[in-house]
Design a protein around this ligand. Sequence first.
Ligand SMILES: [Zn+2]
Length: 150
Amino acid sequence: MRFATDATLGKLGRHLRTAGFDTLCQHQNRCGDFFNTIDGQRIILTRTMAVRQKFKHRHLLFIRDNDPLRQMMQVVRELGVQPNDLRPFSRCIACNTAIAPLDRDEARGRVPDYVWQRHRAFHRCDSCRRIYWAGSHRQRMGKRLDAIFK
Ligand SMILES: [Zn+2]
């Protein structure tokens, strides 16, 4: 399952990437005709009536809620997402690229020292060069993802 979110759903887009879903976000694309440039297999997520109307023949889900976590719940329920569909923390939240393990030695000097000392496992994004590690943010997001399936 792959997604494209409209400009009002940036946080939902980040949640979907955190869960491992390939998600393009309109606000990161300068192209004015964003939804026309993406492939037809992507599910359009929108809160905008004009987008819903314009792309009514495409696979599209109209998001009702204002809260990003409730939006995520709507996606899970209405599109039948299963826990097995998730690949948590496998994708760069900033740029959507799949992240790869990074040797702990190579992470040294590329993350703050206190982070390097406290953590064993690191991942890197080859596209935007961000480094990821399992911190408190990750634990929080993991709990939120678990809660969605309860
Ligand atoms: Zn990245």
